[in-house]
Write a protein that binds this ligand. Structure first.
Ligand code: ADP
Ligand code: ADP
Length: 225
C-alpha cells in the first residue's frame, strides 16, 4: 500500500547545527510509528517537518498525494487544522479556557458553532475518562488529566494523523501508560495514524513499528528507496 505520509532525503540545519541529514520516513493510514533515538538526534525536527511546521532545507514530503513541501504556508496551516492533531509534552492547553473550551477550540477554529463543538468536546473528554474536568481550567487539574485533555483535543477533529512529541514525558509511569493506552485505543477506533516521538522503550511498545534516528538520519527499512 502507498504510504499516507512519506518523506525522502530530508535535510535541516539550524544555522551551522545540522538537525536532519538524509532522513527518510513513511507512515501508512492508521499505523502507529514510534520515532526513537537519543536526545538531540533530530526526532522533534523530523516531527515538525512531517507536520508542516518546519520547512526542510532539502528533501520532499508527500501527504495523501500532495507534496507538502510545495504548498504555501497558508495551505499547510489549513491542512494542519483539518487533517492533523497534536499532543506535546508541556504547555499545550490554554490556561484561560476551561477544559471543554480547550478541546472545542480546534473545532471552533474550523468554523463550528459553540454548542455543537462543545458537545463533541464533552464526548471526547468522556472517552478519555476526564469528563469531570470539563468546567475546570488547566491549572486546576493534574498533569495526567491535562495530558488526557490534550489527547481529547488532538482527536476531536477526527484527524488522519496525530503527531505526539514525548506525550508522556512529564508523567509518572502509571499515568504515562494510561495516556498511551487511551491514545492508541482512540487511534485504532478512529483510524488515525500516529507519529510518536519518544526515547522510552516502554512508550514505544504501544506502536506498531519503531524507527531510530541517529545524528539526523533515519533509514526507514520498510520503505527503503
Ligand atoms: P527534546 O530533546 O525533548 O526534543 P529539546 O530540548 O531538544 O527537546 O527541544 C525543545 C524545543 O526547543 C524544541 O522545540 C526545539 O526545536 C527547540 N530547540 C532545541 N534546541 C534548540 C537550540 N539549540 N536553540 C533553539 N531552540 C532549540
Ligand atoms: P531530539 O528531538 O531528538 O532531541 P531535536 O530535533 O530537538 O532532537 O534537535 C536536533 C538538533 O537540532 C539538536 O542539536 C538541537 O539542539 C538542534 N535544534 C533543534 N531545534 C532547534 C532550533 N529551533 N534552533 C536551533 N537549534 C535547534
Amino acid at each position: 500500500r502507498v504510504p499516507l505520509l512519506r518523506a525522502i532525503g530530508l535535510d535541516k540545519a539550524y544555522g551551522s547545527t545540522p538537525a536532519l541529514a538524509g532522513a527518510d520516513f513513511s507512515l501508512r493510514a492508521g499505523e502507529v510509528v514510534a520515532v526513537m533515538g537519543p536526545s538531540g538526534s533530530g526526532k522533534s525536527t523530523l516531527l515538525h517537518c512531517l507536520a508542516g511546521i518546519v520547512r526542510p532545507d532539502a528533501g520532499t514530503i508527500t501527504y495523501d498525494g500532495r507534496e507538502l513541501t510545495a504548498l504555501s504556508d497558508t495551505a499547510r496551516s489549513a491542512l494542519r487544522r483539518t487533517d492533523f492533531g497534536f499532543v506535546f509534552q508541556f504547555g499545550q492547553l490554554v490556561p484561560e479556557l476551561t477544559c471543554v473550551e480547550n478541546v472545542a477550540l480546534p473545532l471552533r477554529l474550523n468554523g463550528e458553532k459553540r454548542k455543537s463543538a462543545e458537545a463533541r468536546a464533552v464526548e471526547w473528554l468522556a472517552r478519555l475518562e476526564v469528563d469531570d474536568t470539563a468546567a475546570k481550567r488547566p491549572g486546576e487539574i493534574s498533569g495526567g488529566q491535562g495530558q488526557r485533555v490534550a489527547v481529547a483535543r488532538a482527536l476531536v477533529t477526527s484527524p488522519r494523523v496525530i503527531f505526539a512529541d514525548e506525550p508522556t514525558g512529564a508523567l509518572d509511569s502509571l499515568n504515562g501508560e494510561r495516556v498511551m493506552r487511551l491514545l492508541t485505543d482512540a487511534s485504532r477506533d478512529t483510524g488515525a495514524a500516529v507519529v510518536l516521538v519518544t526515547h522510552e522503550a516502554r512508550v514505544a511498545a504501544y506502536s506498531d513499528r519503531e524507527i531510530v534516528v541517529r545524528d539526523g538520519s533515519v533509514r526507514d527499512a520498510e520503505w527503503a528507496v
